[in-house]
Structure formats: structure tokens, C-alpha cells
Design a protein around this ligand. Structure first.
Ligand SMILES: [Zn+2]
Length: 90
């Protein structure tokens, strides 16, 4: 199995939600450093969802579309935004 097929699906979802939430927050810095901090913090708090097989990709795709999953990721992303706002690294 070539490595390029291994994918952490959570990363895409976290990035998508982080972009939306940062955009919505007028107090949040919009720079790339803060965005990546939010993403890194969130990914560290969530269990990775790697998939390497066709079956794995399909199952993971379905799991990520569940509202519970999005709600969980959103909660962690909001927490991450709060932390980064309190403690910007730049
Ligand atoms: Zn910033």
C-alpha cells in the first residue's frame, strides 16, 4: 500500500471547520500561523482517523459526515480558537 493513500480524514474536516470559525470570529487573528495553531491543537485533542484501503476511505468518509462527528470537531476547534486568542504565538 503506497503511503500517499494513507490519509487522516480528520485533518480535512478540522481545517474546513477552523477556517469557517476563524472567519466568523472578529477578534480572532486571521494569519496563517494562528490558523495552523488552531488546526494542530485540535488534531492533538482528537483521535486521528486514518484510512489506507478503499473500504477504509469509504467508511471514514461516512463517519465524518455524521452530525455528531462535526459537532465534536467543532467543539474542539472552538476551544482551540479560544486558546490561540489568549496566547498568540506571534
Ligand atoms: Zn495570527
Amino acid at each position: 500500500m503506497p503511503m500517499r493513500n494513507v490519509k487522516n480524514y480528520l485533518e480535512d474536516l478540522v481545517k474546513e471547520i477552523a477556517r469557517e470559525e476563524i472567519e466568523k470570529d472578529p477578534e480572532m487573528c486571521k494569519c496563517e500561523t494562528c490558523f495552523l495553531d488552531v488546526v494542530a491543537y485540535s488534531l492533538n485533542r482528537l483521535e486521528p482517523m486514518y484510512a489506507a484501503t478503499d473500504m477504509g476511505h469509504a467508511v471514514t468518509g461516512v463517519k465524518l459526515s455524521l452530525p455528531q462527528m462535526r459537532a465534536k470537531v467543532l467543539a474542539v476547534v472552538l476551544e482551540a480558537i479560544k486558546k490561540v486568542k489568549e496566547n498568540p504565538r506571534h
